[in-house]
Design a protein around this ligand. Structure first.
Ligand SMILES: C[S@@+](CC[C@H](N)C(=O)[O-])C[C@H]1O[C@@H](n2cnc3c(N)ncnc32)[C@H](O)[C@@H]1O
Length: 477
């Protein structure tokens, strides 16, 4: 008897939540409907790293989470953005380099050492001399690392053990030993080359939430056997990447192939660390525009997917844990951050989050699902609410440091958990409005993204919006 009652009440409660969430979601959608616009020029290719694959310089390091330089160029030119811009989630610096090549000064903030290193190395190109290029060409020609006698051991983490075939590991350690004999400029480029090829010479493939392991590694992962296909030979991969970089460095057609801008370049300034810590110290009204893409609320763990690169950069287990916890909450392992300890003035943005009824209902629903044991990970409710609280604080800082009329432009994806779509676009836009922004437009990408295969199996296929939000600072508070 009791069991029947239980079976009857649980679905009813869930249905109530689902109904309430659908109603609130629809209300918020209708409120922003005049701002939504499907923009065919913002293809998935342009908004993702894909369009960088053929762009000199941008193609060196495949940062899957990056957007393309062409997107930034068109956003800057089509919205008449000039002056100084900021990207608080700089990644490998797409916004910074694209803006700088159009003559704008650009500041960036990036937490992960991999993005920091790529930006630093790209900036150091300015100091390269023609004899340095000759040294690099000679490395390709003679495969200099093969002649090395000194070997430098590769730093490993628990999650990177057995990542390379033995002959590849041997090649890496000889290469690391040999590059130390070169001048600082050349050894920086050689190190960058190695960073750029790690995935292709390893048994791993980056897969959003974690690294997938090829069966040849001997590491077991689940029950399915994963074959990543061709694993590049070390000498071949290094030579290829070095050739590509040398060719870009030697080319006259430097950064941009779309827009011919011949004026002076802007200056780039990168701060290493968390934007939650960095933004509060920036002065009011300092930036003309902010163009950014934060981590999505999608459980992607950059510290795991970029573990090979972070290990090569010398990070130890503790550093990895610290980085994971400092990221904007986007993994189920993120603990709640004490935002008021970081900045006592964040009471308002925190309260604004609580005022969004839809968000409150979603959080309640996820917590109820957690209590019932219906979630595939109990960290999901904490991640989702942490994401919005932290993003609200970031948005309020961005508002403060923007000049009046300045644009904040953000690329972000909607997500889905436990069968419930979370419209990140309308929720963040509602918060942005409370902070003082005017929502000018929310551009929707033409092809909508499906769900993860797991979600599709359980809940059917409903497309999730991927959008570019255009917010403008209108009122000084
Ligand atoms: C979607 S990616 C941005 C990629 C960038 N648009 C590009 O083209 O390279 C988000 C970035 O935010 C960074 N990030 C995450 N939490 C951060 C934080 N608290 N402060 C600064 N950067 C953070 C991640 O390391 C990641 O590089």
């Amino acid at each position: 008897m009791n069991l029947t009652k239980f079976e009857l009440t649980v679905p009813q409660r869930i249905e109530n939540y689902v109904e309430d969430i659908a109603r609130l979601e629809n209300e918020l959608y209708l409120y922003f409907q005049p701002k939504f616009e499907v923009e065919n020029n913002f293809s998935r290719q342009i908004v993702s790293f894909q369009a960088n694959k053929t762009r000199a310089f941008y193609r060196w390091f495949k940062y899957k989470e990056a957007f393309s330089a062409s997107l930034i160029e068109s956003l800057i030119l089509n919205n008449d953005i000039s002056g100084k811009i900021l990207d608080p989630f700089a990644g490998i610096g797409t916004t910074l380099f694209a803006a700088c090549s159009l003559g704008l000064d650009a500041d960036g903030i990036e937490l992960l050492p991999i993005g920091q290193e790529i930006i630093k190395d790209r900036l150091s190109i300015e100091d390269l001399k023609s004899e340095d290029l000759n040294i690099l060409k000679n490395w390709v020609k003679t495969k200099k690392w093969l002649k090395g006698e000194k070997r430098k051991p590769l730093n490993e983490l628990r999650i990177t053990k057995c990542a390379y075939p033995p002959e590849t590991l041997n090649g890496i350690e000889l290469y690391l030993g040999a590059l130390e004999y070169e001048n600082e400029r050349v050894s920086a480029i050689l190190f960058l080359v190695l960073l750029c090829i790690l995935e292709s010479i390893s048994y791993t493939r980056k897969d959003g939430q974690y690294l997938r392991w090829d069966y040849r590694s001997g590491r077991r992962q689940g029950t399915k056997i994963f074959d990543k296909g061709n694993i590049l030979d070390f000498d071949y991969a290094i030579s290829q990447k070095l050739d590509e970089i040398i060719s870009d460095l030697a080319s006259d057609n430097k950064e941009s192939d779309l827009f011919q801008y011949n004026g002076p370049k802007g200056k780039i300034n990168l701060s290493n660390g968390s934007c939650l810590e960095e933004l509060p110290s920036r002065p009011d009204g300092h930036y003309d525009a902010i163009i950014t893409s934060p981590p999505y609320c999608n459980r992607y763990d950059y510290t795991r997917t970029y573990a090979l690169e972070l290990a090569l950069l010398g990070n130890d287990e503790q550093a990895m844990l610290n980085l994971r916890q400092s990221m904007i909450s986007c993994t189920v392992e993120n603990r709640t951050k004490d935002l008021l300890r970081i900045n006592e003035h964040w009471e308002r943005p925190i309260a604004y989050c609580d005022e969004v009824k839809l968000l409150r209902k979603i959080t309640e629903f996820l917590n109820s699902q957690k209590e019932k044991g219906n979630l595939n990970n109990n960290g999901i409710p904490r991640m989702v609410s942490g994401y919005f609280y932290e993003m609200s604080c970031v948005i309020s800082e961005c508002y403060r440091i923007l000049k009046p009329n300045g644009f904040m432009i953000m690329v972000n994806d909607n997500v889905r958990y436990a069968g419930i779509g979370i419209p990140v676009d309308t929720i963040l836009s509602a918060i942005a409005e409370k902070i003082g922004f005017a929502v000018d437009k929310i551009y929707i990408l033409p092809q909508e993204k499906g769900n993860s295969s797991q979600q599709m199996g359980e809940h059917g296929r409903t497309p999730l919006r991927k959008c570019i939000y255009m917010w403008r600072k209108i009122i000084e508070r």
